[in-house]
Each structure stands twice: as structure tokens, then as C-alpha cells.
Design a binder for this molecule. Structure first.
Ligand code: ZN
Length: 215
């Protein structure tokens, strides 16, 4: 040990959860702040300014910049996919209901299947019936309604092709006899706006879904 030198001492200023790349999953993390000290024989004597705050994984000790906190955790991404899928599927089905065309049993089955696969555990026909009976058109006004907001939040986590894939999976639920009705088409247009997918591209997605059914 040198007689006189500099060292940085850290203290934990917060705790949370973040995605640790090294562990490959969500982990508890410490947020740590540091201060540089001049030391004499290992004894801190004179403080010399703050060191940059950082995060440290409590499992593997890997350090990260605090900007990592802005990256969604796996749990947050799963929750966003489940909430966004449910909001979008309900918007399409409610559009049909509003036009006095309740979803067919096959459409309801596809809706329940997609919502369940998106991560809503235990979602069934009863859940769908309850949700459809509840008032509200969640994406009629993008950005101003809870349904639109959850789709916009999901869109932040999806790259361009994934957004179109998501839209296509919602369109497939709404197809009735291989075609998407006008009210459902308008709902898909609103969902596309929340996703940041152009209306022209949304029309392509609908056309491809209809063509796939016809083929
Ligand atoms: Zn780790």
C-alpha cells in the first residue's frame, strides 16, 4: 500500500431491479454513489469530489451506468406486451359489437388464445365476455385513453417489423369469413397510429392477412 494516494469509496444510495446483461435476466441492483478521498496509509483524510453514480448487479457485481434504469426490464416488457395485446384485441372486437355484429365463437376463441399467449394467465371466454361488456373504446383517441397509451408504451419496445407483426396478429383475430369489416378496419387504423405504423402500411398488413386466409 502506498503511503499517500487516492481512492474512491462507494455507498449504496438506492435499490431497484434492472436487466443485467451478464446474468441474462432481471436482477436486484444497487445504485451507488462514490466520493474520491486522499488517503494516508489507507485512512481517508481529505474528500476530493464526487465520483459518477453507477449501478451494480447484486448477483454478479457487474457495474453499469445509471442510464440502464431507462431500459425496461424483462418483467416490464412482458407486462407491456400483455396489456397492449389485450387493449388492441378488445378495440377490434368492440368495434364489431358497436356495429351490432358481436364476435363469432371462432373470433372469440382466437381473441382469447392471442391474449393468453401474450401473457395474461388464466384469460378465458368468461374474461373476454366481461371485458367486452365493460364500457369504453380504448383506442378511439390515441394518446388520450388508457388503451391507446398501453399500445403506445408497447410500441416503444418493438422495432418496426415487430410492430407490423403485432398488428397482423390483431388483424387475424378480427377476420370474419376471411375479411375485416369496416368498423374493425377503422379500429385497426387507430391501433396502427398508436404503434407508429403508417395507414398505408396498415392497409398492406390487412390485405396480406386477408390474402393468407383466402389462400
Ligand atoms: Zn448480474
Amino acid at each position: 500500500m502506498s503511503l499517500v494516494g487516492w481512492r474512491t469509496l462507494y455507498r449504496t444510495v438506492g435499490r431497484g431491479v434492472a436487466h443485467c446483461e451478464r446474468c441474462g435476466g432481471d436482477r436486484a441492483i444497487w445504485r451507488r454513489a462514490g466520493r474520491r478521498w486522499m488517503h494516508l496509509l489507507g485512512v481517508p483524510l481529505v474528500p476530493a469530489g464526487a465520483a459518477a453514480e453507477h449501478l451494480a448487479c447484486t448477483v454478479c457485481q457487474t457495474c453499469y451506468r445509471v442510464e440502464l434504469l431507462a431500459v425496461p426490464t424483462v418483467a416490464q416488457m412482458r407486462a407491456a406486451l400483455a396489456a397492449g395485446t389485450k387493449a388492441a384485441v378488445l378495440a377490434v372486437l368492440r368495434a364489431g359489437c358497436a356495429a351490432a355484429r358481436p364476435p363469432s365463437p371462432a373470433t372469440r376463441r382466437r381473441a382469447v388464445d392471442l391474449i393468453r399467449r401474450s401473457g395474461v394467465a388464466g384469460y378465458g371466454e368468461d374474461s373476454l365476455a366481461r371485458d367486452l361488456a365493460a364500457a369504453g373504446d380504448p383506442v378511439a383517441r390515441p394518446g388520450s385513453e388508457p388503451g391507446g397509451l398501453v399500445i403506445e408504451r408497447l410500441a416503444l419496445q418493438l422495432e418496426e417489423h415487430a410492430r407490423e407483426w403485432f398488428l397482423a396478429s390483431v388483424v387475424q383475430v378480427g377476420l370474419d369469413g376471411g375479411r375485416l369489416g369496416e368498423p374493425e378496419r377503422a379500429a385497426v387504423g387507430a391501433i396502427a397510429r398508436c404503434l407508429g405504423v403508417s395507414q398505408a402500411r396498415a392497409s398492406d398488413v390487412i390485405w396480406m392477412a386477408e390474402a393468407a386466409q383466402a389462400g
